[in-house]
Design a binder for this molecule. Structure first.
Ligand SMILES: NC(=O)C1=CN([C@@H]2O[C@H](COP(=O)(O)OP(=O)(O)OC[C@H]3O[C@@H](n4cnc5c(N)ncnc54)[C@H](OP(=O)(O)O)[C@@H]3O)[C@@H](O)[C@H]2O)C=CC1
Ligand SMILES: CC(C)(CO)C(=O)C(=O)O
Length: 298
């Protein structure tokens, strides 16, 4: 199978490397330099800090041959989707697309695309780009995939790929799948980013835990289909399991990079407004993260 991966960041490199073991992968990068590096060296994957394997891939920065892929996986952040819109809109309508962004802000973008078969996914792996052609697989999880529109059959080959440390799980309902991940990120990411603490502190510090519960109780009515207790237990278990980790939003602020707040709390605030639900705590936390971005001149 010919798989195109757009974006040579942490997730793009991770997916490119693993999928290249059984498929012909081309990574579409923003810069020419990274494409040259990848073509020369392949992608080196580290697991537990040690070299694990090398993925041999093609790479291109001018998006040549994007229309020759059997599947395209999009791994740029939601705020960079506009930059590749013209490339996606120019593709044949029957090429299946798989979007792996956190949050739910990307759904509006997807609705504007002509492709007939579109999938969305949530990634439970932890990955970090160490160099243009090197990625560290820090947390081994799975990738959940659901059909957003079209025919599930177009992704069956990808779903059948089983590899140690890298597997796919098909979810029947894209909305529930994305909302559950959204709630995890809505609780952990903004609070850890503002408070400048690792994930576990949200549970360990009784004052932060109080704030965490207040935020959860305010947001959860926006998603009536979600089992409240089960969801809270799931998020709390993730805080404990990743207690020492700094969330991706906190890392973004550390690195003076734009955060995904608009696709996470911004999306929830928009949805609440449409339902005429007021979310004062969520709005305050959203503004604080936006303020941090401004302070850090991201
Ligand atoms: N990393 C992780 O462990 C996890 C990430 N996710 C989600 O996956 C998504 C991607 O995350 P991640 O990989 O960490 O982010 P990164 O910032 O590491 O990667 C995004 C990549 O997109 C590239 N890009 C931006 N614009 C373009 C463009 N016009 N053409 C081609 N490439 C472009 C960037 O290129 P350049 O480097 O040149 O700027 C960058 O390499 C996010 O939504 C994130 O929340 C979900 C779960 C875990
Ligand atoms: C699950 C969590 C919160 C782990 O840190 C994450 O996905 C992130 O940091 O974006």
């Amino acid at each position: 199978m010919k798989i195109g991966v757009i974006g040579g960041g942490s997730i793009g490199l991770l997916f490119g490397a693993y999928l290249s073991r059984k498929n012909k992968v081309t990574l579409f990068t923003r810069t020419e330099g990274q494409a040259i590096d990848l073509k020369e060296k392949g992608v080196s994957v580290l697991v537990d800090g040690k070299p694990s394997f090398k993925g041999h891939i093609e790479a291109s920065h001018d998006f040549k041959d994007l229309d020759r892929q059997d599947l395209i996986i999009i791994t740029v952040k939601h705020y960079h989707l506009q930059d590749i819109e013209v490339n996606l809109k120019g593709l044949p309508e029957d090429i299946p697309l798989l979007f792996l962004q956190n949050g739910m802000g990307h759904l509006k973008f997807i609705d504007g695309l002509p492709q007939k078969n579109i999938f969305v996914g949530t990634v439970e792996h932890g990955a970090l780009r160490m160099a243009p052609a090197e990625v560290s697989h820090n947390g081994i999880g799975k990738t959940n995939v659901a059909l957003y529109k079209g025919n599930k059959k177009t992704l069956e080959e990808l779903l059948s790929i089983e590899q140690r440390n890298f597997c796919f799980h098909f979810e029947r309902d894209f909305n529930t799948m994305l909302v559950r991940k959204l709630l995890v990120n809505a609780l952990i990411n903004p609070l850890t980013a503002i408070l400048n603490v690792p994930n576990g502190e949200l549970i360990a510090n009784k004052h932060y835990y109080h704030l965490y519960l207040e935020l959860f109780n305010e947001i959860v009515p926006v998603f009536p289909g979600i089992d409240k207790n089960e969801m809270l237990n799931e998020i709390t278990a993730i805080c404990k399991k990743t207690a020492k980790n700094r969330s991706s939003m906190l890392k973004d602020l550390d690195h003076h990079t734009e955060t995904e707040i608009d696709s996470i709390l911004g999306f929830i605030l928009e949805k609440a407004e449409a339902l005429k639900i007021k979310l004062p705590i969520t709005l305050a936390i959203y503004q604080m993260v936006k303020g941090k971005e401004e302070e850090k001149e991201v």
